[in-house]
Design a protein around this ligand. Sequence first.
Ligand code: HEM
Length: 416
Amino acid sequence: MIDSAALVPLGEPEAFADGVPYERFRRMRDEEPVAWTPGVHGSSGFWSITRHSDITTVGRDWETFSSSRGVALEDLADDQLEARTSLIDTDPPRHTELRKIMSSQFLPRIVNGYETFLRGIVGRTLDHALALGSFDFVHEVSSQIPVRVLARMMSVPDTDHEKLTAWGDRLIGHTDPELADVLLGSAESEAYRLLPFRSPASLEVFEYGRELQAQRRRQPTGDLVSILVESQVQGDRLSQQDLDNYFLLLSLAGQETTRQAISLAMQTLMDNPQVLARLQEQPALLSGLAADELLRWGPPVLHMRRTATRDVELSGTTIKAGDKVAIWYASGNRDERVIERPDTLDLDRTKVDLLTFGKGGPHYCMGSFLAKLEYRVTLEELVARLDTARPDAPGERVVSNFVNGLKRLPVTVTTR
Ligand code: HEM
């Protein structure tokens, strides 16, 4: 058994301070694939699920592993659930109805229509940033791209993109003393317990969303906000609370994770110059599985939570009804039972059984095609321009056990 008492619990953001603890995850997969993990910030403990096959089982079997008690590790009382629930914390059949409202906007045939626009943004962003020579890659590149696509999908002025990014930072940074308005688990956060992420930033996002919703009710434009305000579930329009939470989910998921993915990819290219060289020679690899391999290597979402609805056995351990489970995608992506030589970054893989967007269940990332398009186009344009790239300092990580993210990545580059 792993001497878990000697380790920072995975419930603590600090467990990821130096990066994803891959060696620890490997030992957990081998020795204790369903491991009891102490809770933090006054929340109860939970089971950590680290094997690829178990993560897939949990993600798919929504009847046994429900999302309806929340998908973050925080324990939520009924009034908090009632106030904070969005699509992602709902089970079928309501989940199916809520997802149907937006899912068609993220299908490949719609998303591919953004490619020309996207390539234009990426080209302009990179030309500006790379001309600086030395710069913060997170600020100058990653933070400029996905958010502009989202802004277009919501028909909001391009100039609003900085607001959206800053809200994203404050929300997902709710465990990071530099980014949070109010730290999760602090006594102060009790005042915000009914808000997503217990963050006052949620109120600003709601207000911004409401203004857009009022405009679209008066004058629909066919954008994501118009679709949201016109939508119905079983004959009823969404309540203002549902609209608030749906809008917040889209505003956050639509930019934050892809932003982190792009930053992590740049770090990977600098850590592995042979990979950069290979992509410079053969950029077409990115249209194959090389982009998936890079997403396996640098997954922006570390885990999601579910709650058992009945007693159930997983890899020999009994999980009791009501227990929380955390499915650690980052660990499953390195599971040697499924992925050969998992600790080798190999652009020539012929199969990448990726968990970065979830796998197969009803909550599988709704924006995965868009995220992959943004990721591929950014990397294609980047490797076409870069000659060399080196870090000026280690990337500064978001203090979090939920996102695998970078706040800053100072780089020096030369171009071709
Ligand atoms: C690299 C970027 C991204 C990553 C790594 C990512 C990852 C994930 C993961 C792991 C989930 C949960 C899957 C599960 O529980 O089975 C998820 C759900 C979701 N993602 Fe993404 N995502 C990304 C980009 C996006 C984008 C661009 C959007 C666009 C709006 C988006 C929208 C959503 C939504 C709405 C859900 C909830 C779906 C549901 O509950 O049915 N994501 N994503």
